[in-house]
Ligand binder design. Sequence first.
Ligand code: PRP
Length: 183
Amino acid sequence: MTQTELESAVGEVLIDEPTLQTRIAELGDEISSDYAGKDLLLVGVLKGAVFFMADLMRSLTVPCEVDFMAISSYGAETDSSGVVRILKDLDIPLQGRDVLVVEDIVDSGLTLSYLMRNLRARDPASLEVCALLTKPDRREIEVPVKYVGFEIPNRFVIGYGLDYAERYRNLRYVGVLNEEIVP
Ligand code: PRP
């Protein structure tokens, strides 16, 4: 796929690269200050969060570790049902750790709500969430997100980790999917 083909999937740039990176640096400062002297463990949910995780973690100035989970939600392809199966669990025990879940996007909130229940049962010292994007209009269940990068409207977004049919995660910015490419 050429760069032009990649970008033809984008109807409109929603958050450009400098805006993303500036906000991630701000989040990094805030998190570094809140977790000074703590035992921070970042938990990422594959696959979309990988890109945000890589930049956020490098913007932190406190010692921290990272681990990942892979989950699969049952139900329709683009809509999360909230029924979640763990495909790959964490390697690191959470007991007594200050855990920060890092998500690319919170949409209905169903995935995160399930995940938080599951992680809380592992007895961490603290458990918070940092999400790059949130779509408040789509929320079906209340889930506290302490650190939010951007609130976005209810549009299908791709890039910077977010996919359409597994593609376009490698765009350096967040764009709105060009509906003309949808079969
Ligand atoms: C996205 C995102 C969240 C979930 C949010 O993952 O990373 O985990 O959807 O949706 P919800 O708030 O409606 O539950 P996705 O299932 O697209 O997997 P991916 O990261 O592998 O693309």
